[in-house]
Design a protein around this ligand. Structure first.
Ligand code: HDE
Length: 687
């Protein structure tokens, strides 16, 4: 049940309240308000006769249904949103005049939409892909949209190439396959022939592209923006979201299986954690560079294929976002929300990043087709919480009734209203950057190093992460049919790292380039490795395997300790009938081996009790369940008597396997299990 008391009420929530309708109050009516007497039968000439044109109720109902769908987003079609709020930790006056970044007591309402990029609406959540991380802040100065991704760089440097990138990654046009996957010829052909994508390619082949949860991934604004303070002083800024639960991923085998067993895995995870009151939290961080230091670095600040290593430009944590309310209606909110990087507030400005400049055109343009006209800002989820006035009028689906005689500027009949505001009155004044140049179609020389940061990323990975990347390349390129494309990609990889190129080449039967072309970069950025992330047990799911005759003393102690720690134990058994303990106590079963699967859990515990153990040993599915969890490097625990169940599954003692000792203090065992669960995965395990 939704924990309404804990949810914050805010200005956006109050505004949405005016549009919410509870259809269970009152009779069924037509859209004109006429009460309907029968919704089961169309109006016919006789009970076996033809339906009559006169049946306005049937026609209205059917017409509405016929037009229920709107075009899905060209990219980021599959997504899911949540409401919440943002609070700054301390006034940011020195750096920006943005009103929502000044007062720590102010809670700015937000709506966030997470997404995958390539798949259609309804495609599986756990595919290998970049994740969208779009945040709409409903500030008192207007809506501010931070439309980011979970990867800090991008495939291309100039927006003019975006349609090409998207055509290449989407299903191939002649057969509309594969869905939600980059493992096909056109994507890799694009990569090999557009080498600016080298850095992003490395991120996309890393574990970042298969997050465990939307709650456990970082977000990045990607582009360099500007902060501008009251004095008009500007600084370059990059935005980061850092999840309080740390950054964690699935393993590829698990991700693929989840796509079938639970295509809604990330949506469900977000929805359920908010319903449970486990509100996802992300800290907002900024990296700032002084304007005078623009050319101090060996990367161009305007190049979106480059990051600013955190060790060189530290991330200053400035606030926190909490997601505390699920949507009421996914179409009305997630589907109709319209983000745009050009939705800014005073104090936040753009740079000449050519990717950002192109995005500033694309987002409003796409909404006009997707949301059916230029009035999408009036849709409840998109409306600012502050008043908005201008001389824009009419158009499809206009809802505002603008009163008065004038709709132009300047005018005398309405004393020139609505009047533009001065900077002092809060009017947005663009940063007056001096620009001087010839009109040319060219890329700056400073954008031409495509491999140094790709190598930096590779250098920063642990051995396990490197191994995952090699497998990801082998998988993706192994699905490519063109030998030439495969070979071209191996050549491209060899410009980054020859060991990686050799490993990939071997896996796909390509040849390793002879000449040594790899990037000479030896630097690392430890912050890029997920292995160094925050590790906490909170909200981790524990599958508790038990049968009749379980030992209630040890199991009850274990379950209550897990709950106390904020973990989520769920009981799995062969049927849904309540279990009876050795002493006759009853225990509700949450899932059966049929309705659930090891891939839906973070960790496992086998309950004690002789009879329970024998029943678990008697059927193969408990062993299969545990074996799979073990092969995905997940923590596994067992009560003393249940050790045999692990043995039957071929699980030997080792990293992340914790079997209780005879007469061990349950608290000692639980603590060991909790630490193992917090580790997320035990990579040093032989599987
Ligand atoms: Fe987007 N992008 N994008 N993008 N993007 C869209 O806008 C576009 C880029 C991102 O949950 C579209 O409303 C261009 C980078 C997110 O509703 C479209 C370029 C980043 C979302 C569009 C980029 C993003 C979108 C499709 C290159 C990370 C989903 C539907 C110049 C910083 C927002 C829509 C949501 C959505 C255009 C590149 C993030 C077509 C032209 C880089 C999170 O307008």
């Amino acid at each position: 049940m939704r924990n309404l008391d804990k949810q914050s009420k805010n200005s956006k929530d109050e505004q949405l309240e005016a549009y919410r309708v509870d259809d269970k109050d009152g009779n069924m009516t037509t859209n004109q308000g006429l009460k309907v007497s029968d919704d089961e039968h169309s109006l016919k000439a006789g009970d076996r006769g033809p339906t009559l044109m006169e049946d306005f109720h049937f026609r209205e109902k059917m017409t509405h249904f016929d037009h229920e769908r709107i075009p899905e987003r060209a990219v980021h079609a599959m997504g899911y949103g949540a409401h919440g709020y943002f609070q700054v930790y301390e006034p940011m006056k020195e750096f920006t005049m943005a009103g929502f970044l000044q007062d720590p007591s102010v809670k700015t309402p937000v709506f966030v939409r997470f997404s995958t990029v390539a798949g259609s609406k309804g495609s599986a959540d756990t595919v290998r892909d970049v994740r969208g991380f779009a945040v709409k802040f409903y500030t008192e100065e207007g809506n501010y949209d931070l439309v980011g991704n979970n990867i800090p760089v991008f495939f291309i440097q100039d927006a003019i190439k975006f349609p090409d990138l998207v055509h290449a990654v989407k299903p191939e046009p002649h057969n509309e396959m594969p869905q939600a996957s980059s493992a096909h010829d056109t994507f890799w052909d694009f990569i090999a022939n557009n080498q600016e994508s080298a850095h992003m390619m490395m991120w996309a082949m890393s574990d970042r592209a298969i997050p465990r949860s939307y709650r456990m991934m970082e977000g990045f604004g990607v582009h360099t923006f500007r902060f501008v303070n009251e004095e008009g002083k500007a600084r370059f800024v990059k935005f980061h979201w850092k999840p309080k639960l740390g950054v964690h991923s699935l393993v590829w085998d698990e991700a693929q299986k989840l796509a079938g067993k639970d295509p809604d895995f990330h949506r469900r995870d977000l929805y359920e954690s908010i319903e449970n009151g486990d509100y996802p939290e992300y800290e907002l961080g900024v990296q700032m560079i002084e304007e005078e230091d623009e050319f101090k670095y060996d990367f161009d600040l305007l190049d979106a294929t480059k990051l600013w290593p955190e060790e060189i430009v530290p991330v200053k944590i400035i606030g926190k976002m909490t997601l505390d309310r699920n949507q009421d209606n996914v179409f009305a909110e997630s589907e109709q929300v319209a983000f745009h990087p050009g939705h800014v507030v005073p104090g936040i400005d753009f740079t000449n990043d050519p990717l950002l400049q192109g995005r500033l055109f694309s987002y409003t343009d796409t909404q006009i087709t997707r949301l059916g006209g230029p009035n999408f800002h009036e849709i409840p989820i998109n409306r600012p919480v502050c008043p908005f006035h201008n001389n824009q009028r009419d158009g499809m689906h206009r809802m505002t009734i603008n009163r008065g005689q004038t709709a132009y500027h300047q005018n005398s009949l309405a004393q020139n209203a609505p009047r533009p505001a001065t900077r002092e009155q809060g009017g947005y004044v663009h940063y007056q950057e001096k620009v001087d140049g010839r009109k040319i179609r060219q890329r700056s020389e400073s954008f031409k190093d495509h491999f140094s940061q790709a190598k930096l990323f590779w250098n920063s990975m642990t051995e396990v992460e490197k191994h995952h990347m090699i497998s990801a390349f082998r998988f993706e390129l192994g699905k490519v049919k063109s030998k030439s494309v495969q070979q071209q990609v191996v050549h491209m990889i060899s410009c980054i790292d020859s060991t990686l190129a050799g490993e990939v080449a071997e896996g796909i039967g390509a040849s390793v380039p002879n000449e040594q072309t790899e990037s000479g970069v030896t630097l690392e950025s430890p912050a890029l490795s997920q292995e160094k992330t925050v590790k906490v047990p909170d909200t981790r799911k524990v599958a508790v395997l038990a049968e009749d005759g379980y030992n209630s003393a040890s199991l009850n102690a274990f379950i209550s300790k897990m709950k106390e720690t904020g973990m989520m134990p769920e009981v799995i058994s062969h049927t849904l009938s309540p279990l009876k303990s050795e002493g006759g106590e009853e225990l509700e079963v949450d899932h059966t081996f049929l309705t659930s699967d090891s891939i839906l859990f973070d960790s496992f515990y086998v309950a004690g009790g002789q009879k329970s153990k024998e029943l678990l040993l008697g059927k193969k599915d408990a062993a299969a369940f545990l074996k799979e969890g073990f092969s995905h490097f997940k923590p596994i625990g067992a009560a003393y008597e249940a050790a045999e169940v692990l043995e039957a599954a071929g699980i030997a003692n080792g990293p992340g396997v914790i079997v209780a000792e005879q007469s061990q203090d349950p608290a000692v065992f639980s603590d060991a299990f909790i630490s193992a669960a917090a580790e997320h995965r035990h990579w040093d395990r032989e599987v």
